[in-house]
Design a protein around this ligand. Sequence first.
Ligand code: FRU
Length: 478
Amino acid sequence: HQDNEPYRTGYHFQPPKNWINDPNGPLIYKGIYHLFYQYNPKGVVWGNIVWAHSTSTDLVNWTPHDAAIFPSQPSDINGCWSGSATILPSGKPVILYTGINPQNQQVQNLAFPKNLSDPFLREWVKVPQNPLMAPTQANHINASSFRDPTTAWLGPDKRWRVIIGSKQNQRGLAILYRSKDFLHWVKAKHPLHSAKKTGMWECPDFFPVSIHGQNGLDSSENGPAVKHVLKASLDNTKHEYYTIGTYNIDKDIYIPDKGSVESDSGLRYDYGKFYASKTFFDSSKNRRILWGWINESSSVEGDIKKGWSGLQAIPRTLWLAKSGKQLVQWPVQEIEKLRGKTVKLPSTVLKGGSVREVVGVTAAQADVEITFGISDFKKAEVLDPSWTDPQLLCGQKSATVKGSLGPFGLYVLASKGLKEYTAVFYRIFKANNKYVVLLCSDQSRSSLNKDNDKTTYGAFVKVDPLREKLSLRSLISL
Ligand code: FRU
């Protein structure tokens, strides 16, 4: 595709044409991975939303199928919005999703596979009882802020639980429902969790992680060896935040650990374009995998010209860090199958202002690993106490601004004469007896096209560079 469609990616998930957004209902069934996603079959901007469907045996190569869920009954006639799959104890997958009804209210619907012996689960049947959860006068649910059901989990009392994203005024909510049979759902008196001033919580995700080890867990797992993670996608800022905490199943409430919050200083999976993410438990390889949507950076006119908009990020395995204070993610190991020719650079001393070209690779499709050793920490510049916003700092101290320890990193997708490039780099600062590491992705020179979004992204990285080497892995794909 490189000749006629130079901007399509080489190995990210994207359909041949049209608009895509959120990943939906990821699951594994009979050894086959399923990915559904929000899709406009008729155009390149958001609208006419259905659940498009693809399957894979390796999370890398995908086979498209017909749309799995599309408007067909009053409870979803104006759109089939985001939702999640749950694997029942019998092994049967079911899907809960948000439908938009004739009054444009958001309601929750259930669908199950028509034929369980089809490993591709190509046809889905909606239950006649839909909608199973709906806003009413009595339950005080905001009909335009009630969407994106999670994977359900089973308590020791044999009742299912699910949360749905919502808000009340500007308080973000994870509304909790319970059910004995997956068909009759009763709203709990209290939300599982809520946080003031965070606005609408889109695409909540709630799952257990092991305290010891990198293995993933089924969503119904709980106990002393487990912590829980709650993620919300904040509609106000289009940023996602997660907290780590404890799920008290007797009271059915989730309590984030001290210092764990949903906004500004909170934890994030990603500091770039990444939204409406969702995890699932891969029972075949005992891992939890994270999918997320990457919104397009070109303008609507640009999207119309290209014929498509949006892609899914490379799936990542995720687990709890040894500290218990943040999650760790790594691209699924399967992506390494795509590595072709290997090019190794001997280690070298990087002098200030120097650039080394990596020759012998296809720069448009590469998987790069670099390790940096730092010799002279003393010269690190002092971090001004007012530099608290890493993204802003990355913008102010962009790749061309000289520092004392940094910028050092990678020019990605650099064109001849460095007319276009994206600089991914570190800077190290000194701040009262410790070192602070900043990681930036400077997009300001990433395109000569003025209509493209070229926001620079960045974050402080929680490592002590005195004790650990800094490394960088970059998956580059055009
Ligand atoms: C998030 C979102 C969801 C909604 C879906 C509609 O990007 O707005 O809240 O279900 O997209 O396509």
